[in-house]
Design a protein around this ligand. Structure first.
Ligand code: SAM
Ligand code: SF4
Ligand code: SF4
Length: 384
């Protein structure tokens, strides 16, 4: 590696460490914060002109993603040993109690037969991850509401015990959330994302109570970072390869690459490994964890062949060709850190959806990029 390249890489690591440091300082000072993508203005834009806002959001995100995704795909396929996943998603129950218009799991759109993971299968997955030496991100939810799983705290406890280095985060709609629930789960998770889905820019009563309490009892919650995201219930997001109820996948073909098959291991409650979270109806099937070891599935030829195709562009893989799901933000930041040789830093990047901490690079002419300072698109706000 040339001296110049090494210097650039070193600077990039320092910049990210500074960001992570900032996050940690903030997080020591303040265990809870409220964020909204593009602030109050963004929320209103999504409410008043959902299709327009969705289009603008996708354009912005694809631009911010730059070439990091393409580079990670190439890097991944060039490694002598297939790299580990960066995010393991285990959907422990496939139901939700909310009505988010954009989500395939909303109570009006749900089409899946009810499934809940068996304790044996769950423990076997976690044990296999531990034997594999996994230290990346872990989520015990997928297209569902994790708090509907009555065993979710115990499952987090088990995961924490077996995977002490993993960054475990939970994303919830908060409808069933109480302070006691947070107290129960907080020893086992690093970050709690509460998505306050609502018609108006207003906190639900229970979430406001949680916010007020945590703000005045920071000590009690100093080991966990809680982020409340102001989300519009009727928002239009991505088509998720055709599974989103309020945005159909059209004939439009997308040629961008996609990070998800390279970063994410997606496991449904019955043990099927699918291409990603967009495959809600289990159209793709890369193996059954009940029959095949997890690592064998991740490193198997079937998934590698899909990756090789997607590394050329998502249009090369039939399931993905009309999917406009965007991997910018969290996953791009993780991929960048891994390519910088900083796996430990990658493992500490928070899972919030908004790209607030993304070390971003904007496309700058053909094949060149203009390194730019971090863009803060997700604002920390006072309680609405
Ligand atoms: C499916 S939810 C599961 C966890 C929990 N129920 C929640 O909403 O936080 C996980 C994430 O997927 C996002 N999501 C759902 N439908 C989406 C879509 N059509 N496009 C992009 N993201 C979507 C949600 O907004 C949420 O941030
Ligand atoms: S986004 Fe989350 S809360 Fe909303 S319907 Fe989907 S799974 Fe449920
Ligand atoms: S293109 Fe869409 S469906 Fe395909 S892997 Fe990416 S997110 Fe999943």
């Amino acid at each position: 590696m040339s001296r110049r390249k090494r210097r650039i890489q070193q600077r990039s690591i320092e910049r990210r460490d500074a960001q992570i440091g900032m996050g940690e300082r903030k997080f020591r000072d303040m265990s809870i914060r409220i964020s909204s993508f593009m602030g109050r203005f963004g929320f209103e834009a999504r409410r008043i002109a959902p299709n327009l806002a969705s289009g603008a959001y996708l354009k912005l995100q694809f631009a911010m993603r730059g070439h990091d995704g393409d580079e990670y795909c190439r890097w991944f396929l060039e490694q002598p040993q297939i790299p580990m996943p960066q995010v393991v998603n285990i959907e422990t129950i496939n139901r939700c109690n909310s009505t988010c218009a954009f989500c395939t799991a909303n109570v009006h759109a749900e089409k899946r037969p009810f499934r809940k993971i068996s304790d044996d299968l769950y423990r076997s997955i976690i044990d296999q991850l531990a034997d594999w030496g996994y230290g990346g991100h872990l989520t015990l939810y997928g297209n569902n509401e994790p708090l509907l799983d009555t065993g979710i705290v115990e499952k987090h406890r088990y995961a924490r015990e077996k995977l002490p280095e993993s960054f475990i985060f939970m994303s919830t709609n908060g409808l069933l959330l109480t302070l006691d629930r947070i107290r129960e789960v907080q020893p086992y998770i690093d970050q709690l994302i509460i998505n306050n889905y609502a018609e108006e820019y207003k906190l639900h009563d229970n979430i406001r109570q949680i916010y007020d309490y945590v703000r005045t009892h920071e000590e009690e919650f100093r080991d966990i970072e809680i982020i409340i995201q102001m989300r519009y219930l009727q928002e239009v997001l991505t088509n998720r390869a055709g599974s989103s109820p309020n945005k159909k996948a059209t004939e439009k073909v997308y040629t961008k690459t996609c990070l998800l098959p390279f970063t994410d291991l997606w496991i449904t409650p019955n043990g099927t490994v699918g291409i990603c979270c967009c495959d809600n109806l289990e159209v793709t099937d890369f193996g059954d964890v009940n029959k095949t070891p997890l690592r064998e599935i991740w490193e198997g030829e079937k998934l590698q062949a899909a990756r090789r195709a997607i590394a050329q562009g998502r249009d090369r893989y039939p399931f993905c060709k009309n999917c406009d799901f965007i991997d910018a933000g969290f996953r791009t930041a993780v991929a960048r850190a891994v390519m910088d040789g900083d796996q430990a830093g990658a493992n500490r990047i928070g899972g919030e959806g908004a790209p607030a901490r993304t070390p971003c690079r904007l496309p700058f002419g053909k094949g060149r990029r203009l390194p730019c300072v971090r863009r803060r698109l997700s604002f920390s706000l006072s309680a609405p």
